[in-house]
Design a protein around this ligand. Structure first.
Ligand code: BES
Ligand code: MN
Ligand code: ZN
Length: 482
């Protein structure tokens, strides 16, 4: 999809020729003397339109306007969340019609904040996304050109650029997370990373296979892969936008391309959704895609331990003890707690970059879904400043998270009689005990962990990846505050 930002008064917008004009109307709207302003004022004063977020009124070729359809949508106070829901409600209603919808003008009736422009762009892209990779008969994406009109475009250019790059990143993350596991094996995922790097400037990619990973001593990561015919891959992405001496931020994405649970096998119902268990990895790919567009003066490393978690004659068994790259031994009491087993070795590997901070992103626990649902991702951090920055980044991107605690008492259940640590610690506080396990491998740098088990995809009729938390991560990396 092609997005453009333009300065335009309401009168100028009314002279744009597109399949639909989506006019965002705030409460207490006062327009000029042009026809469109008059129309908006009239519908408001007559009670035909309410300026509440998501309320709309559609018209066909109103006189004096060049677009086929004009839709007025209320945006309340114009807060980013309101803009997002308004744009999405408008899009749903427009899409329900049968008229062609290839070009769309989104018109801000009053000058918006940067975050509101971003919400309009990312919200519209989100709503109009169509997965086609293995569904060839899917309705071809209808929307291909979106013109965003604001009274004054100049102060909004950089927010707009971040927004369109975020869209590309989110779409890359959705694409890879949505792919079924037989179209997104560890090898294919690694190839996608290589392809991304070769198409971009300042991004390089190195892929390690079973031999190299064994040489590094990643016994924990390897143990998860050993039950599958699909060989593991360890992806190292590097975005170098600053001098080599500048410490990078390291992003680590859980890349379980399918999680059956292994010998501790999951129930059959909804097991298909475990193809999304590489959403953390997909979000890392998405961030790198966007960095390639934005070219910021920072350094970022992306690490993806990718493997399939399968039950088989070669699979790990409950009670098996493995040795991680850090030297710590791990008793695997539940083979379904495999995410932490692949992440811990990637965290140890991250030490070599002497990072400014390490953030891992993982669909780690069902317990996090119970705690926070689908609204906010779980966030853990060993430093308050890092937690604060991630909270603000989430708010700026409308990709929210919430901090959970890391008290040492939560690690009590991870004690083992046969190894330095066990990979599970009981049902209570499951998202936190998982984080406490990871923390043991994150002692040498500032560290945060995002549990995206509830936010990375939607179930039910709208089943599909969300592309989260690409927006949050990009906001964080670009230093964007709410
Ligand atoms: N990938 C799952 C977590 C998950 C479950 C995400 C459901 C989204 C929805 C993870 O590997 C897992 O199986 N975790 C276990 C951990 C348990 C065995 C301690 C879980 O949450 O049940
Ligand atoms: Mn699992
Ligand atoms: Zn998993």
């Amino acid at each position: 999809m092609n997005f453009q930002l333009k300065s335009a008064s309401l009168h100028q917008a009314s002279q744009q020729k597109s399949d639909a004009l989506l006019v965002l109307v705030p409460e207490h709207f006062k327009g000029e003397k042009d026809g469109l302003s008059g129309l908006v004022q009239h519908t408001l004063s007559q009670g035909d339109l309410q300026a509440k977020p998501g309320k709309w009124l559609a018209m066909h070729r109103p006189s004096g306007m060049l677009s086929t359809r004009v839709m007025l949508v209320g945006v309340g106070e114009g807060k980013p969340a309101h803009i997002r829901s308004a744009v999405q409600a408008g899009w749903q209603a427009l899409r329900a019609g049968t008229l062609p919808l290839k070009t769309l003008s989104v018109v801000f009736a009053v000058q918006p904040e940067a975050a509101a422009v971003r919400a309009a762009v990312t919200g519209l892209a989100d709503a109009s996304y169509v997965y086609t990779t293995t569904k060839k008969a899917a309705e071809a994406r209808t929307l291909d050109k979106v013109l965003v009109s604001v009274p004054d475009a100049k102060p909004l250019q950089s927010a707009f650029k971040l927004a369109t790059a975020t869209v590309l990143g989110v779409e890359m993350a959705k694409e890879w997370a949505n792919r079924p596991a037989n179209h997104a094996t560890p090898t294919l995922l690694a190839n996608a990373a290589k392809g991304l790097a070769s198409a971009a400037t300042k991004i390089s990619c190195q892929v390690l296979g079973p031999k190299e990973v064994a040489k590094l001593g990643m016994g924990s990561f390897m143990s998860v892969a050993q039950g599958s015919h699909e060989p593991l891959r360890f992806v190292v992405l590097n975005y170098q936008g600053a001098a080599k001496t500048v410490a990078p931020t390291v992003l680590v994405g859980k890349g379980i391309t399918f999680d059956t649970g292994g010998i501790s096998i999951k129930p059959a119902g909804e097991m298909d959704e475990m193809k999304f268990d590489m959403s953390g990895a997909a979000s890392v790919l998405g961030v790198f895609k966007a960095l390639g567009e934005l070219q910021p003066k920072i350094n970022v490393v992306g690490l993806i331990p990718a493997a399939e978690n399968m039950p088989s004659g070669t699979a790990i068994k409950p009670g098996d003890v493995v040795t991680s790259m850090s030297g710590q031994t791990i008793e695997i009491l539940n083979t379904d707690a495999e995410g932490r087993l692949v992440l811990c070795d990637a965290l140890t590997y991250a030490e070599r970059f002497k990072p400014k901070a390490v953030i891992d992103i993982a669909t780690l626990t069902g317990a996090c879904v119970i705690s926070l649902g689908a609204v906010r991702s779980g966030m853990f951090a060993t430093q308050d400043h890092l937690a604060e920055a991630l909270m603000q980044a989430g708010a700026a991107a409308q990709d929210l998270c919430w901090r959970l605690p890391l008290d040492d008492e939560y690690a009590e259940g991870l004690k083992s009689n046969f190894a330095d640590v066990a990979n599970v610690g009981g049902r209570a506080g499951g998202a936190i005990t998982a984080a406490k396990f990871l923390q043991r491998f994150a002692g040498k740098f500032d560290w945060a962990h995002l549990d995206i088990a509830g936010t990375a995809w939607k179930s039910g009729a709208a089943k599909g990846a969300t592309g989260r938390p690409v927006g949050l991560l990009l906001s964080y990396l670009m230093g964007d505050k709410a």
